[in-house]
Design a protein around this ligand. Structure first.
Ligand code: BEZ
Length: 255
């Protein structure tokens, strides 16, 4: 099966999430399946612009969010994080058939900032109940990817400078470091093998910067003490199904 187009002869719409979609599901999903894709590398190399869903910075100091880099392209680059797991873990959502058009429209608005649509083969984790799967074998899924030719793509970053940048970025969606730590936690929860050293190393560096800055950067608290946290919630991932896009947008405004 090729991954270059939408699934032939199938109305199923599966969406692969490797970033905030892991802990912030789209509306109208029927199933959420843990698993992985190959041939990509996850990196914090995408600028989040102010009108994007994950606007964790300001126009003057935009934060950083993840994108997927094609592994064959990444192998030609000099990356301070010189290795990357063979499997990029995330989740695939099956969208209700009667809501596919609505969700696609919603996602286009939500994610378009530099990201483009790609189809990839998603491999469900071995632990997934086969009754939840349409068939055995990989599933064709849509992923939003910020490719190197998009304006928000920044390319290889020095990890310490990137960590400091993330530490200092904050926007209407919250602290950039919370996005990073949410991702680290969400990945740890997917499977015993789903950690991503790029994400873990950045998380540790940001905790160290926070500690140096006098903030409580410990992994257990994960909430900086010197910022106004009145609008922030502790990290807790539940995956209740959002019934409407209006409800989803309300949830996002308050999360
Ligand atoms: C993701 O979670 O997969 C994702 C979220 C926002 C933009 C692109 C990808």
């Amino acid at each position: 099966m090729s991954a270059n187009g939408p699934p032939a002869g199938s109305n199923e719409f599966w969406l692969f999430g490797y970033g905030s979609l892991i802990w912030k599901p789209p509306p109208h999903f029927d199933r959420r399946i843990e698993g992985w894709v190959t041939d990509y590398v996850r990196r914090f190399w995408q600028v989040c612009v102010s009108h994007s869903e994950d606007h964790r910075g300001t126009p003057e100091a935009p934060g950083r969010v993840v994108t997927l880099i094609e592994r064959s392209f990444w192998e030609q680059l000099t990356d301070h994080h010189g290795s990357a797991p063979h499997k990029v873990w995330g989740v695939a959502y099956l969208i209700r058939p009667d809501k596919v058009d609505e969700v696609k429209e919603y996602l286009d608005i939500r994610e378009i900032n530099g990201y483009t649509i790609h189809y990839t083969l998603f491999h469900p984790a071995a632990s997934v109940d086969p009754a939840l799967l349409p068939r055995s074998g990989p599933i064709k899924a849509l992923a939003y990817i910020g490719t190197p030719d998009n304006e928000q793509f920044v390319g290889p970053q020095d990890p310490q400078r990137l960590a400091e940048h993330i530490y200092h970025s904050r926007g209407p969606s919250g602290l950039n470091r919370e996005y990073l730590w949410e991702l680290e936690k969400a990945l740890e929860e997917l499977s015993p093998e789903s950690g991503d050293e790029h994400v873990t190393d950045l998380s540790n560096r940001v905790r160290a910067v926070a500690a140096q800055d006098g903030e409580n950067g410990s992994k257990s608290s994960q909430t900086p003490v010197n910022v106004d946290t009145s609008a922030e919630q502790p990290i807790h991932h539940d995956f209740r199904q959002i019934k409407s896009i209006d409800e989803q947008e309300e949830t996002e405004k308050t999360s």
